[in-house]
Write a protein that binds this ligand. Structure first.
Ligand code: COA
Length: 330
């Protein structure tokens, strides 16, 4: 059986750092509140005209992943990007990346699945590889949430950030790679997290942010509980599918929404926190970008070696959630 295997990772975040202290000048909040309730200390905010559009960040992350993989852009058959903040409503941000990379042979498209966008995209790509129709795939998660953030809403603006991550997949017939992906959705909870039409004022210290006429609305409390439940349940489904226990996992790389959500899910799964990768302290919640950025940083830090079992697990607007067991192969 053919599967996709990860042979390269890359990530790029905008240069500008917005700290919790900076946020104290924008909304009625404190560094202490944000740190205690979320674990986040700072986030990256992209600037207009600085080569930091969603497709720019995605292209930069992709070039790093392609270089690590030793795969040239013209050998790509597919580019699939999870994003809810493409540069434009259309064409897809993936098509803009295709142009920037000169990946002329690839079919390119975006996937919209809230913060689960990267895992959904990974599933599409690895399934395409399994059919034999696609050989080399570039899977991206990239976001500029700052452009759809309501900077007057302290319950959401402190959580979000911008960035991009990417992986390159090639086919394998060995017992390695993306062993499986498990996805779920429940549209009946769409109104716990959504983009609302409207306009908002961008604070002076963020005057380089380009606002779009819609912004994030969230029912944080109910979402918190659903997130913990869905993350733990889908992770168990993925582990049981392979007859694995949490003790077999070298590293869990969860969607980086809130440290308390991650801790609670890890506890339900009996996975100790030293086996859970977190970097939300530096980036906040970057939606579709959070897992591929975390995966790349864990890889760059040498935390993963060939043969390790890695558990990816995510949750987002839709509601959508999912998990994947990866036998590491980079
Ligand atoms: N600074 C200071 N106070 C804040 C604040 C902020 N940034 N945001 C909210 N508060 C206040 C609230 O107004 C409320 O005040 P009140 O008690 O006077 O009404 C109080 O803090 C508690 O609010 P609550 O919403 O109950 O806090 P919480 O512990 O649930 O934490 C979240 C809020 C948003 C951090 C938390 O609910 C969360 O992380 N939810 C999930 C979010 C998520 O994962 N979203 C993305 C999914 S992909």
């Amino acid at each position: 059986m053919i599967k996709g295997r990860i042979v390269g990772t890359g990530s790029t975040t905008p240069k500008r750092i917005l700290t919790n202290k900076d946020l104290e000048t924008i909304v009625d909040t404190t560094d202490e509140w944000i740190t205690r309730r979320t674990g986040i200390k700072e986030r990256r905010i992209s600037s207009n005209g600085q080569g930091e559009n969603t497709s720019d960040l995605a292209t930069s992350a992709s070039l790093k992943a392609l270089e690590m993989a030793g795969v040239s852009a013209d050998a790509l058959d597919m580019i699939v990007m999870g994003t809810v903040t493409p540069d434009r409503q259309f064409p897809s941000a993936a098509c803009l990346v295709q142009k920037a990379l000169n990946a002329s042979k690839a079919v390119a498209f975006d996937v919209s699945a809230g913060c689960s966008g990267f895992l959904y995209a990974l599933s599409v790509a690895t399934n395409a590889i399994a059919t034999g129709n696609c050989k080399n795939a570039l899977v991206i998660g990239a976001e500029r949430l700052s452009t759809i953030t309501n900077w007057e809403d302290r319950s959401t603006c402190v959580l979000l950030g911008d960035g991009a991550g990417a992986v390159v997949l090639t086919p394998t017939t060995e017992h390695d790679g993306i062993l499986s992906t498990h996805l779920e959705s429940d549209g009946s909870f769409w109104n716990l997290l959504y983009a609302s039409n409207g306009t908002y004022k961008i604070p002076e210290i963020l005057d380089t942010v380009e606002g779009k006429p819609f912004y994030v609305k969230m029912e944080g409390n109910r979402l918190f509980k659903k997130a913990v439940e869905c993350l733990a349940d889908i992770a168990l489904v993925a582990l049981e599918h392979h007859g694995l226990s949490s003790a077999d996992i070298t590293l869990m790389v969860p969607h980086q929404a809130n440290l308390r959500i991650i801790r609670a899910a890890a506890e339900r799964l009996s996975i100790p926190m030293d086996k859970v990768y977190t970097n939300l302290q530096k980036y906040g919640n970057t939606s579709s970008a959070s897992i591929p950025i975390a995966l790349d940083e864990a890889n760059q830090e040498g935390l993963l070696k060939a043969g390790d079992y890695v558990l990816l697990v995510t949750f987002g607007a839709g509601l959508t959630w999912g998990a994947s067991v990866v036998k590491w192969s980079v």
